[in-house]
Design a protein around this ligand. Structure first.
Ligand code: HEM
Length: 318
């Protein structure tokens, strides 16, 4: 009987926390860049332990994603995930989901901001000029898990056993990438002044839930203007709903008039998130786009694959 090393996923399913840092980096063309990045990625688990131990109640977790363009040189020897490709620009009649660069994503989470800061500091010390920062966003939990539009965000996330089923690639899906996950990020800024100009009922019709007590509104017919909740619902061939795991975070600086939502979605299948984006930006039916976009503009859009922890740890073997 052949024995196989069990594949251990990264902490994609880590709990929602009070604080998070979303760090998107590109690898530079320094001669030692690939080697340095590989060994840093292999030591992310040790780095995480260094920081997590300082407050074990703070639920520290870091997940690492690798972009399509760097995959072959950075992870040579590790099979390329079947669906991995750069984030596609999606142009609707009115709004566009932009595609922006990024080779590495670090999704750093903890109940305490200082732990996220400390991990990032130690990480950047190691990476030095082998990377360029494309975007660094610090998110915070806002009251009862609300986004800055004022709505509870994350309710329809899978829970329990359905988390793994929604986010982890299986041996059957793509054996070489089993235990990994696709992840898509988009940094949105909101026009809060205009959003606040809407009545609560208008806002609720856009989101698809009531604002105060988060009750789902009924879906509308196929040919009608749908709420965000209905546009972001994607079904499989058998008609069952396909979930993704979101850990969106508000960010902003009121003094500069910046108010945003950092969208992050993990999925076992990349096409599910891309179909959600298509329904939001192009609309379903085409032309009837997600009205959330009339008040929210994506500044970034990048896709990564989160390899299993087993794969990450093996990167220093050579
Ligand atoms: C649902 C906010 C972007 C996917 C929701 C809900 C809110 C929300 C308030 C309802 C509560 C919940 O179930 O979480 C936002 C904001 C966004 C944003 C403020 C950015 C401006 C996106 C994007 C995607 C997405 C880009 C996917 C590509 C979903 C999904 C649901 C959802 C799958 C659950 C739908 C269901 O009820 O089954 N979002 N969202 N969202 N959103 Fe978003």
């Amino acid at each position: 009987m052949s024995r196989r090393t069990p594949i251990e996923p990264q902490r994609v399913d880590a709990p929602l926390t009070q604080s998070a840092t979303f760090l998107v980096l590109s690898v530079t063309d320094k001669p030692e860049a690939i080697k340095t990045v590989r060994s840093t990625l292999a030591s992310v688990d040790d780095l995480s332990k260094n920081v997590a131990i300082r407050d074990l109640d703070a639920a520290f977790a870091c997940t690492v994603g690798i972009g399509s363009n760097i995959w072959d040189s950075l992870l040579s020897g590790v099979p390329r995930p079947a669906e991995l490709h750069p984030f596609p620009t999606i142009s609707g009649k009115v709004h566009t989901a932009v595609s922006t660069p990024g080779d590495l994503l670090f999704h750093i989470r903890a109940q305490r901001r200082d732990l996220c800061f400390e991990f990032e500091r130690q990480l950047m010390d190691r990476l030095g000029d082998c990377v360029k920062v494309e975007d660094e966003t610090v998110g915070f939990r806002y009251f009862d898990v609300r986004d800055l539009l004022g709505f509870v965000d994350g309710t329809a996330n899978p829970v329990g056993a359905s988390v793994d089923e929604s986010v982890l690639v299986t041996e059957v899906d793509d054996a070489g990438s089993a235990g990994g996950s696709y992840v898509v990020v988009q940094k949105y800024v909101h026009d809060l002044k205009r959003w606040r100009g809407l009545s609560t009922e208008q806002q609720e019709a856009i989101i698809g839930r009531t604002k105060l007590d988060n009750i789902e509104l009924n879906d509308v017919d196929e040919d009608k203007q749908k709420a965000h909740k209905q546009l972001a619902t994607v079904q499989g061939d058998d008609g069952s709903e396909l979930s993704i795991l979101r850990d969106n975070m508000p960010f902003g600086t009121p003094g500069k008039g910046e108010f945003g939502t950092y969208f992050i979605g993990y999925s076992r299948k990349l096409w599910v998130i891309e179909q959600m984006l298509d329904r939001m930006f192009v609309g379903s039916p085409p032309g009837l786009h997600d009205r959330i976009l009339d008040y929210s503009t994506p500044l970034t859009g990048t896709t990564f694959f989160v390899p299993s922890a087993t794969v990450l740890a093996s990167l220093d073997d050579d």
